[in-house]
Design a protein around this ligand. Structure first.
Ligand code: GLY
Length: 594
């Protein structure tokens, strides 16, 4: 679903147009035909090279209408994009419990308009202090099936509550009591079960049943609830209230912390009070790269997203320089697959928690290094990598994008890892715990649930953050700004790559988020593709080049994207048609107009 505000309505338009005309600038404001603009605005001439320093509207794109509406309402009530990010994250935690939550973590990529600051708030989970590399191995050194995915032993120490407090204290304008209120209300009063909820709950039914508190929170009589059934989460509402009242102490200390630790340990977990009290959010510099005049800002380690994106774009540029533009679709796909293959190989080799392992980020993101990686790409043949079993499809994780009318912006990707995370809720807390520990390389060379293999850099260690693929991203030229991201496990990075390339091509943002996708991650040596991505002829051409094709069982991803055209002021937002999300663009309320 796309929402577009092509011009401000009424007074704001006249005020802004008048201001720019007085300055001798001319401004084109296209006729609003779509979206939420209330009235048409007259067009005036366009002054080339002039830019709007602020968007003409605020915009939100999320995976759930309740989160989008709550985010817009908070901004309409005087909050900024960072306040909206707190609200949206918390609402998603309530209404999309299969994707993210305060029992999980994430990355919030921020741009603060007043200072020009770009920063990634790292609220990634970390391993409990008692975790050792052999946590999931039996006495023969074999992986214990499911141990890193199901139940409290699979859960890292959550980072989302600390990140929300950090956003509120350092970037927001409103108190947590205000920004968390919509989530508290939805947790207490309930939200209606949708089709995705039913599908995800069915998938994780046995795991949810194994945790009495999870079963009573998310199932009805031990079964998947009916469509439209209300899911009420009073325990979760109480924890959110504690967070609102006490800040991080409301979660990481006191009664809530004690209940979390007691509940996990009673069911075989290894959490301690120190794990919670010592958890810290980290502010990190985003990874920055350039491609065809665009600046790309994306997630820094412990996400692999930014490094891999910059590498892939650098390799594509090197290939263009060496071979000229791609000649046809098979050539274009071949090049993309080969750069994906190489970036994911580096991911496995080098990336992990930057606070615990040395990561040569500057070298890995240097254009000369990318050119070196691309040198052995044969334009006519696939480079083989070792084949392994393919990862199952997943609809874990969530992404949202926010732009406020001052130009503050947030791209945030949040997760509890697998659908419904570990499936475990410590009694009386209402907090569904993540199973992010599976993102570590639990055994060298053995693929995780996404088929990703990792090395020493991503081995389990006490207090270490596990490597992620979450890639909240800004892509910008002087004239255009795109805020984007998606869930999708290991495929997140290649989806964001394809989103960026589509945005650079231009056209309708709805087409960018809807476009059929394909993915390669080095191992297994397969191109996973949505049915609509490759027709028979293209499949044949790719096979002839030596590629192994693996059609995806279903469409994947759920991209949420905002575009601000700074030459026209136009703001557009698009939500992936694969999901049930909502993108909205709304004009600044009169009371808040600049
Ligand atoms: N749990 C998925 C990721 O962080 O990549």
């Amino acid at each position: 679903m796309i929402r577009q505000l092509k011009a401000p309505a009424g007074g704001l338009f006249l005020m802004l147009a008048g201001r720019y005309l007085r300055l001798g600038l001319a401004v084109l404001l296209l006729i609003p035909g779509l979206g939420m603009a209330e009235a048409e605005s007259p067009a005036v001439a366009f002054g080339k090279g002039q830019q709007w320093s602020r968007p003409l509207a605020m915009a939100v794109a999320t995976a759930h209408a309740d989160a989008t509406d709550a985010g817009l309402a908070i901004m309409a009530a005087g909050g900024n994009a960072f306040d909206a990010a707190v609200t949206i994250s918390a609402v998603l935690a309530v209404v999309e419990p299969y994707s993210s939550g305060i029992g999980g973590g994430g990355f919030w990529l921020l741009h603060q308009a007043a200072t020009g600051k770009n920063v990634m708030v790292d609220g990634r989970e970390r391993a409990p202090l008692a975790a050792q590399p052999d946590l999931y191995l039996d006495e023969d050194g074999e992986l214990i099936a499911g141990a890193s995915l199901n139940g409290p032993l699979a859960a890292g120490i959550p980072g989302e509550p600390a990140a929300l407090v950090h956003l509120a204290e350092h970037y927001g304008r409103l108190p947590l009591a205000t920004t968390l209120a919509p989530a508290i209300r939805l947790a207490r009063e309930g939200f209606a079960v949708d089709e995705i909820y039913r599908r995800m709950a069915a998938w994780r039914l046995e795991v949810l049943r194994a945790s009495p508190a999870a079963a009573s929170q998310f199932l009805v009589d031990g079964e998947v609830p009916a469509l439209g059934a209300l899911i009420r989460q009073p325990d979760l509402a109480a924890v959110l209230e504690a967070l609102a009242a006490k800040g991080r102490a409301g979660f990481y200390e006191g009664a809530v912390a004690r209940a979390l630790v007691t509940g996990t340990r009673a069911a075989g977990g290894i959490w301690t009070l120190e794990d919670l009290s010592s958890y810290q959010v980290v502010e990190r510099d985003p990874i920055v790269g350039r491609y065809q005049g665009w600046e790309i800002l994306s997630a820094a380690p412990p996400s692999s997203g930014g490094v891999a994106l910059v590498q892939m774009l650098g390799m594509l540029e090197a290939l263009d320089a060496r071979l000229g533009p791609a000649s046809g679709e098979a050539d274009r796909v071949h090049r993309l697959v080969e750069v994906m293959r190489r970036a994911y190989r580096d991911r496995a080799r080098y990336l992990g928690d930057p606070d615990q392992v040395e990561i040569p980020v500057e070298r890995l993101t240097n254009p000369d290094y990318a050119a070196g990686l691309a040198r052995d790409i044969d334009p006519a043949r696939a480079t083989p990598s070792i084949a392994r079993a393919m990862a199952p499809e997943g609809r874990d994780t969530t992404h949202f994008s926010v732009l406020d009318a001052d130009g503050n912006r947030v791209a945030a990707t949040l997760s509890i890892n697998y659908p419904f995370g570990s499936g475990f809720v410590p009694p009386t807390t209402g907090v569904l715990l993540n199973d992010e520990m599976d993102d570590f390389s639990t055994q060298p060379g053995v693929p995780n649930v996404y088929g990703l293999v990792g090395g020493e850099a991503n081995a389990i260690a006490p207090g270490k953050r596990m490597l992620s693929s979450m890639s909240p991203t800004f892509a910008a030229t002087e004239d255009q700004l795109v805020i984007l991201g998606t869930p999708g496990g290991s495929r997140i990075i290649t989806m964001v790559l394809q989103g960026i390339l589509a945005a650079i091509q231009g056209g309708d943002p709805q087409d960018w988020v809807a476009a059929p996708r394909f993915h390669h991650q080095y191992l297994p040596d397969q191109i996973r593709f949505e049915a609509a991505a490759f027709d028979d002829a293209l499949q044949h051409q790719l096979s002839e080049r030596g590629h192994h094709l693996a059609p995806a069982d279903q469409r994947y991803g759920n991209m949420q994207l905002i575009v601000w055209d700074r030459t026209s002021g136009i703001v557009q937002a698009a939500s992936d048609p694969r999901g049930i999300g909502k993108a909205s663009v709304r004009k600044q309320p009169a009371a808040l107009e600049p």
